[in-house]
Design a protein around this ligand. Structure first.
Ligand code: PEP
Ligand code: MG
Length: 551
């Protein structure tokens, strides 16, 4: 038995066999065939037929829309034009792998040249090409592996598209060797309630079929556990599931002080789950996820449809929408495609929107229109605000375009330090602890090697949050928390002690945070916050807070 340590996301504990996500295949070498064209052609015939049958089989299993998509992919492997192109290359002396690679690449470039719908098929074609080459080379096909039984997915890192397509019936947990806890893939995993452990060094050495216990609450992975360890983990999983099913109600401290618990969402599709988990509204709607793949800015009409759907889900409730936060880990080519050495410090968030103000105006217009036709209480905020002047700019523009409540995210230390001035201009502040931690500790949130710095328990981060809490109290303005820190039950209590008036998190975290808040009065929360503030590092802050808890 051995164990690995990473950074956990979620509260679940799971037991299951590992399945590795293969890396993208290298480009086949341009060697001449050593077995001759006829033998190469036979290999091609088998690989194409096997790939088509495999894709069709997956389609039949999936049914519905997925089957249509997969059937179209299977037809690519059957395509006679492609086949004759492959044969010509093989006759010219190429290996089957190289011929398939070149023929598919040529076809892909042609589709891209046509543009529109055809160009969108290019990725599907690449996927088929990789599958055929994998089959020829006798290695696993890249992408999320297929399995009939549940498994723990182990990968270097996941692309957001991979995360979005995960089969939740099969993937018990995701373990990655890279990626920080606040990378957007981690956030998507949290939103879909998939337990994840990121930045687990050594995870890529795990072999397929190895049984592991993955505990997202501690970030630990037990490799080859004993039977006793497995049954203890299963009992713990049941205990946690029972706790998660406690009836939901509004968030409050033990003395009855209300602390509204809100949901972080990336799509209006998440509304139903959030309401079910007891979200009292939305504290952060990340609009960029709607447009991550867009080549052009979405139209006002398209945006209006999305926002209206979101607002309909929360009649009479608060819904905080963030305008597009492009740049760094969320590149949107239509907002900023200039290469930057340090994109996290570059033209991102409000800076990028300001440089293309028409896009910001259109988004605010769509939001104002959705607001006027809804009885939800729409608040709109800007990301990555680092100066008082930017605050003034955003609030004025939002009001000009009809937004009733306009605020800013506090994600940069400068805004936290000048919170009194910022909150004089804005209607509210919402603290993005993911970025605030990144910028305070100078540690890229996407970089596994510095993931240990990305800890919002750090007293430097907590002191900045206290500045914002104090300013909010003095000016009578709400201060929410919408970074992942709010999803850590004990830290959530500390944040309330520092002056947070509402907490927003992935719906999956609401139950545990609600349960923890009920254990502490306002006075106790303030005492816990005080203890954390005086520590010298994150571990010290945790220890100081735990030491004050009843045994
Ligand atoms: C944050 O930075 O804490 C935040 C909520 O914004 P995002 O994670 O989308 O950057
Ligand atoms: Mg942020």
């Amino acid at each position: 038995m051995s164990s690995l340590q990473g950074v956990g996301i979620g509260r679940s504990i799971v037991v299951g066999p590992v399945l590795r996500m293969p890396d993208k295949l290298p480009e086949p070498a341009t060697l001449s065939s050593t077995i001759g064209p006829d033998a190469e052609k036979e290999r091609v015939t088998h690989a194409l037929a096997g790939t088509a049958a495999d894709i069709r089989g997956r389609g039949e299993k999936a049914g519905g829309k997925a089957q249509e998509v997969l059937e179209a992919q299977a037809l690519m492997a059957d395509d006679p034009t492609l086949r004759s192109d492959i044969d010509t290359r093989v006759e010219g002396g190429a290996t089957a792998e190289r011929a398939v690679f070149e023929a598919f690449a040529g076809f892909r470039d042609m589709l891209l040249g046509i543009g529109g719908y055809m160009a969108e098929r290019a990725t599907d074609l690449d996927d088929v090409s990789q599958r055929v080459i994998a089959r020829l080379s006798g290695v696993a096909a890249p992408g999320v592996p297929e399995s009939d039984t549940p498994f723990v997915l182990v990968a270097r890192d996941l692309a957001p598209a991979d995360t979005a397509l995960l089969d939740l019936e099969k993937v018990l947990a995701v373990v990655t060797s890279e990626g920080g806890p606040t990378s957007h893939t981690a956030i998507l995993a949290r939103e879909k309630s998939i337990p994840a452990i990121v930045s687990a060094h050594g995870a890529l050495d795990l072999t397929d079929g190895t049984v592991v216990i993955a505990d997202a609450s501690t970030g630990s992975i037990t490799v080859d556990p004993t039977a006793e360890e497995i049954s203890a983990a299963q009992a713990e999983a049941e205990r946690r599931a029972a706790r998660a099913s406690v009836p939901v109600g509004p968030g409050a401290l033990a003395d009855g002080t209300p602390i509204p618990l809100l949901a972080n969402l990336g799509s209006a599709d998440g509304v139903e789950g959030a309401v079910k988990a007891g979200a009292e509204g939305v504290g952060l709607f990340r609009t960029e996820f709607l447009f991550l793949d867009a080549k052009a800015a979405p139209t006002v009409a398209q945006q209006y449809t999305h926002y209206s759907k979101l607002l309909r889900g929360f009649p009479g409730k608060k819904v905080v929408v963030r305008v597009l936060d492009a740049g760094a880990d969320k590149p949107l080519s239509f907002l900023n495609d200039a290469p930057e050495e340090n994109p996290a410090l570059g033209l991102r968030g409000l800076r990028a929107l300001r440089a293309s103000e028409h896009i910001l105006r259109e988004q605010l217009t769509a939001l104002a229109r959705a607001q006027s036709e809804s009885d939800a209480d729409l608040w709109v905020m800007a990301p990555m605000v680092s100066t008082v002047e930017e605050t003034r700019y955003f609030v004025a523009l939002a009001r000009e375009l009809g937004i009733r409540t306009a605020g800013v995210m506090v994600e940069v230390p400068s805004s936290a330090l000048l919170a009194d001035r910022v909150l004089t201009e804005a209607d509210f502040a919402s603290i993005g602890t993911n970025d605030l931690t990144q910028y305070t500790l100078a540690a890229d949130r996407l970089l596994g090697s510095v993931a240990s710095f990305q800890d919002p328990w750090h007293p430097a981060v907590l002191r900045l949050i206290r500045e914002v809490g104090r300013a909010g109290e003095a000016l009578g303005k709400p201060v929410g928390i919408c970074g992942e820190a709010a999803a850590d039950p004990l830290l959530a209590v500390v944040l309330v002690g520092l002056g947070a008036t509402s907490l927003s998190m992935s719906p999956a975290a609401l139950g545990d945070v609600r349960a923890e808040l009920l254990q502490h009065t306002r006075e106790q929360a303030a005492a816990l916050a005080e203890a954390a503030l005086t520590a010298e590092d994150a571990a010290g802050a945790r220890a100081a807070v735990r030491a004050l808890l009843p045994a």
